[in-house]
Design a protein around this ligand. Structure first.
Ligand code: 13P
Length: 275
């Protein structure tokens, strides 16, 4: 991260109203970059470098920066009328209170976020966050008017024990509150064993998981648009197009490869060009 030399005068003249309207359509892909705990001030230039590919792309581009960059990134993108949205990587479920170090969904929104990740496996497993807490955070996101992106996925042990379906079903039923009905939200399928490992599930494993998730969401949330279902885990420039071509994959949640503008640009471009 930290590409320099960006020219602040953007060379492309666009019709923002048309673009915004078009990119709100529910059937366009979402390409999201989760920067995790990476990025100091110079990372803002990475976002500026992906502004042009984001404008040209058919996809909605989202960046989940560390909380310390959220406000500045949001202001920087707003200043150039960028279509890139920013989101928080986590929130507390409460509105406010004596929670040292905590950040509420309202605070994220106040800093310019439109979305928030909840239930990422690095929090579920690393910090032992249970589905019930993920559901509470999701409610906090809805209360603040943020669109939650709820992450689910099995570990390698669970897959090898034949428990993938059961784990995904449990994550969906226990992490997604009923209040999501009719609301804008997304589910990101991130097999834990694919995150940061370079190991990608087979096409059929991904299609199978997507189909299970879609059937579950359809049965449960009968009103409102069908939520986007994203795939995440070792997405790279050379596998993005193939992953996006799989049935049921509505977008990608990208970790490491979203940190370099040239890699993230290729992934955004893999979604195709806006007409
Ligand atoms: P990687 O793309 O680095 O595997 O990370 C995926 C991820 O955790 C995105 O949320």
């Amino acid at each position: 991260m930290g590409q320099c030399g960006y020219n602040l005068i953007h060379p492309i003249i666009i019709n923002n109203a048309k673009e915004t309207q078009h990119k709100l359509m529910s059937n366009i892909p979402i390409i999201a970059g989760n920067w995790k705990m990476h990025g100091l001030s110079d990372a803002l230039s990475t976002a500026l470098l992906i502004d042009e590919p984001a404008r040209l792309s058919l996809a909605k581009t989202v960046i989940f920066p560390p909380a310390t960059l959220l406000d500045r990134l949001s202001q920087t993108l707003k200043a150039i009328d960028s279509p890139i949205e920013v989101g928080g990587q986590n929130c507390r479920s409460e509105l406010s209170g004596a929670y040292t170090g905590g950040i509420s969904a309202e605070m994220l929104k106040d800093a310019g976020a439109t979305r928030v990740l909840v239930g990422h496996s690095e929090r579920r497993h690393g910090l032992k966050e249970a589905c019930e807490l993920v559901a509470k955070k999701t409610l906090g996101a809805l209360r603040a008017g943020l669109s939650p992106m709820i992450c689910i996925g099995e570990t390698l042990e669970e897959r090898e024990a034949g428990q993938t379906q059961a784990v995904l079903t449990r994550h969906l039923s226990d992490s997604l509150p009923d209040a999501l009905a009719g609301k804008d939200f997304q589910v990101a399928y991130e097999p834990v064993w694919a995150i940061g490992t370079g190991h990608i599930p087979t096409d059929s494993q991904i299609v199978e998981a997507m189909s299970l998730i879609r059937a579950n969401l359809k049965a449960r949330f009968k009103t409102g648009p069908m939520p986007h279902i994203l795939y995440g885990g070792s997405v790279k420039p050379d596998n993005a197009a193939q992953l996006l071509s799989l049935e049921g994959v509505d977008g990608l949640l990208v970790g490491g490869a979203s940190l370099l503008a040239k890699d993230f640009t290729k992934i955004i471009e893999a979604a195709g060009r806006d007409a």
